[in-house]
Design a protein around this ligand. Structure first.
Ligand code: CTP
Ligand code: MG
Length: 231
């Protein structure tokens, strides 16, 4: 039986957050931001191991309390210049720990509001589909294309448009080979690399609450969502 493992790229600098501390270590609802998703993935019954990709100079990870994740969590200090490079380096580093047909669920460290139910749905709906799949939500707003002056040029059709989230899950070999060949300068998620290889990953409807903390005001929103989950 193929196994499920998670890989969390957490080697970014969080430039859009404009804080001194990298955003993955900003405090959120009582713990460092990245611990929320790590805990959710470590607690999931189907996920056997969780690998976290850190930047080689990361000093903060070792200062966090990881006792809740004992036995499941492995830190890899091999982050790269881009998210795709960090994921690729992480996949290379776990080569001996996973099989070609094992499923790798890649999840952004900065999506703290991931829930077990989202993971369950992704795994169930992808099933044994060799093309893999990802959580995503249909675009709800009307989309405008603007120009450099901030004026509307035109309204874009939103039919069949989705916002890609994570986790994104692929078999180990498909993902590592797709990333090896992908143009890492343009690829912003795993599905993008797999698409460049001519594969059509499955879109699995996720939750709008599983958003990526990117801008300063996102921390307050994530905190509200986590409080709501806890009640
Ligand atoms: N990431 C990574 N290695 C990089 C860049 C990003 O592992 N060289 C990770 C981030 O830590 C995050 C995920 O990829 O978990 C998504 O990236 P993003 O939200 O863009 O985070 P940052 O790149 O840190 O933020 P920004 O783009 O604002 O600088
Ligand atoms: Mg980035």
């Amino acid at each position: 039986m193929p196994r499920y493992v998670a890989l969390i790229p957490a080697a970014g600098s969080g430039s859009r957050m404009k804080t001194e501390t990298p955003k993955q270590y900003s405090m959120l609802a009582g713990k460092p931001l990245l611990q929320h998703a790590v805990h959710t993935l470590c607690r999931h019954r189907l996920i056997e191991q969780v690998f976290i990709v850190l930047s080689p100079g990361d000093q903060r990870y070792g200062e966090c309390d990881w006792r809740d994740c004992a036995g499941k969590l492995v830190a890899l200090y091999c982050g790269g210049e881009t998210r795709a490079a960090s994921v690729f380096n992480g996949l290379l580093a776990i080569n001996n720990a996973v099989g070609a047909a094992d499923w790798v669920l890649v999840h952004d460290a900065e999506r703290p509001c991931l829930r077990a139910a989202d993971i369950d749905r992704l795994i169930a709906e992808v099933g044994d589909n060799e093309s893999g799949g990802l959580l995503a939500v249909p675009v709800a707003d009307t989309l405008k294309r603007g120009n450099a002056a901030g004026e509307v040029l035109q309204t874009e059709a939103r039919e069949h448009l989705w916002r890609a989230q994570t986790p994104q899950m692929f078999r180990y070999r498909l993902l590592i080979e797709a990333l090896r060949r992908a143009d890492v300068a343009t690829v912003t998620d795993e599905a993008g690399a797999v698409e460049q290889a001519g594969v059509r990953p499955k879109l699995v409807t996720g939750s709008v609450t599983n958003f990526k903390v990117t801008w300063p005001e996102d921390l307050a929103l994530a905190e509200l969502i986590l409080k709501d989950f806890a009640t």
